[in-house]
Every structure is written in structure tokens, then in C-alpha cells.
Design a binder for this molecule. Structure first.
Ligand SMILES: Nc1ncnc2c1ncn2[C@@H]1O[C@H](COP(=O)(O)OP(=O)(O)O)[C@@H](O)[C@H]1O
Ligand SMILES: [Mg+2]
Length: 236
């Protein structure tokens, strides 16, 4: 069964249509990357899947048609989004940001247990648990945004350009964390990126988005064997 199946998805902003009916799929335990230039509609895709903007077409999560579900219902169904620009609460402590990520759950000890587990995976967040999120470095804030999303116990993580504004080494560390979550926790991942070289390394499959349309898809090997795609996206 697919973790995520999107068929003929259209979405936009008021009279402006952005997505022109796209199809995509993330299999259970798969790591899928969506590549596309600035303005291609990557963030719009993520928002449409999460129910944050109105959409047409079909969105299925683990076989359930969630197209008409509300955003918090979709989170409860196991879909967590790490928004572009992170969306952490800078005035709240690291710990309170983490607890906010569990808002769809009903509290209790297991929420604290989960937080401690993620503090082991992200030790720098554990060390800084009482600090304001706004005082963290960019890389740490991105780790926090991911850890916070994990607090809702997602089956599918939607991650929107986590590398934006981060130094290459920090980006590599971040992608390493996502790779481990996928491999060790069985988390299905849909990652949006502009950095094709890095992203294609960890992707099991890749979609290319151009002005609201999927123009190519396949394994990393398949796409990098295509001359025009290699030149346009990989720069060699
Ligand atoms: N809130 C909004 N209102 C109107 N247009 C928007 C809004 N957000 C994005 N857009 C437009 O939608 C298109 C796709 O944007 P976006 O999905 O953010 O692209 P990407 O994430 O690939 O850079 C762009 O032309 C952008 O200007
Ligand atoms: Mg974007």
C-alpha cells in the first residue's frame, strides 16, 4: 500500500492556480524527493497535501481518502509537515516547542517519553531544552522543527527545503538525520529540495516539478542518466 497517493492534485491561491493536476506517490518506508526551481509550486504541493490550502483531486494516506479532511485531522492521520522557514516558536523554549508538536495527542507520560527519546537522537536539543528556540543556530532550529514534527508520531514526514540558508556541512548532517529516521524508524519521507546533488543521493525516487506540473520522475539513477535533466538540475 502507498503511504501517500496523490492523483490529479490542483491547488492555488484565490484566482491564481499553481498546481495543474499532479500525480505522485510515496510508498511505505520510501524516501522520495521533489525537486524544482524557485516558484515551481513545491511548497504549494506540501500545503495542499497537509490541507492548509484548498485543493482538488485525490489525496490518500495509507489508503484513506483525506482530501476533505481538516489539517489537524490529517496530522492525526499520521502526516506531519516541517514547513519551509521552520515555523518554530522563537519565544518558547525548545521543550515547549516539542510539546507543541504533540498537540494532536492527549498528553500524558508517553509524550514526555517521546521527547526524551528525540533528545537522545538530537542531543544538542536536549542540552538546550530550556533555551529559547530563537537563540539556537539555524541548523539547530531546523533540527528542532523536525523533532517537533516527530512529536505527533507521524508515519509520513513532509519536509520543505530544510537546507535553506544552512552551511553545506550542517545540511549534510541534517540529511543524515533524515536518512536514519527513514531507515531505522521506518518513517516515510517526502522531501522538497533545490539542492539536487545532495537530495538525489538519499532519494529512492525523485519527482521534478516545473510550473505546477510533474515533468519527470524516476530513480535518481534514471534521472541523472537523462542529459537534459542532468544539465538543468545537476549542473554537469
Ligand atoms: N500565499 C500566496 N498567495 C499567492 N500566490 C502565492 C502564494 N504563495 C505562493 N504563491 C505563488 O505560487 C507559485 C508557487 O509558489 P511555491 O509553491 O511557494 O513555490 P516553491 O516552493 O516551489 O518555490 C509562485 O508563483 C508563487 O508566487
Ligand atoms: Mg518553497
Amino acid at each position: 500500500m502507498s503511504m501517500l497517493r496523490v492523483v490529479g492534485l490542483s491547488a492555488g491561491y484565490g484566482p491564481v492556480s499553481v498546481l495543474q493536476g499532479i500525480d505522485l506517490e510515496v510508498g511505505e518506508g520510501e524516501f522520495v524527493v521533489m525537486l524544482g526551481a524557485n516558484g515551481a509550486g513545491k511548497t504549494t504541493t506540501m500545503r495542499a497535501i497537509s490541507g492548509l490550502i484548498s485543493r482538488q483531486g485525490l489525496v490518500e494516506v495509507a489508503g484513506d481518502d483525506i482530501t476533505k479532511w481538516s489539517p489537524d485531522h490529517i496530522v492525526r492521520a499520521g502526516v506531519a509537515q516541517v514547513p519551509q522557514g521552520r515555523g518554530t516558536f522563537p519565544e518558547l523554549s525548545v521543550e515547549d516547542n516539542m510539546l507543541a508538536g504533540a498537540y494532536v495527542r492527549h498528553g500524558g507520560h508517553d509524550v514526555r517519553d517521546d521527547m526524551h527519546k528525540w533528545f537522545e537522537v538530537f542531543p544538542r536539543l536536549g542540552e538546550r531544552r530550556h533555551q529559547r528556540a530563537g537563540s539556537l543556530s539555524g541548523g539547530e532550529q531546523q533540527m528542532l522543527a523536525i523533532a517537533r514534527a516527530l512529536m505527533s508520531r507521524p508515519k509520513l514526514l513532509l519536509c520543505d527545503e530544510p537546507s535553506l540558508g544552512l552551511a553545506p556541512l550542517i545540511t549534510q548532517e541534517l540529511f543524515g538525520v533524515l536518512e536514519r529516521l527513514n531507515r531505522d524508524e521506518g518513517l516515510s519521507v517526502l522531501l522538497v529540495e533545490q539542492n539536487a546533488n545532495l537530495a538525489m543521493h538519499i532519494a529512492s525516487r525523485v519527482y521534478l516539478l516545473e510550473t505546477g506540473n510533474i515533468v519527470a520522475s524516476g530513480t535518481s539513477a534514471e534521472l541523472s542518466a537523462d542529459d537534459s535533466i542532468r544539465k538543468a538540475y545537476l549542473g554537469f
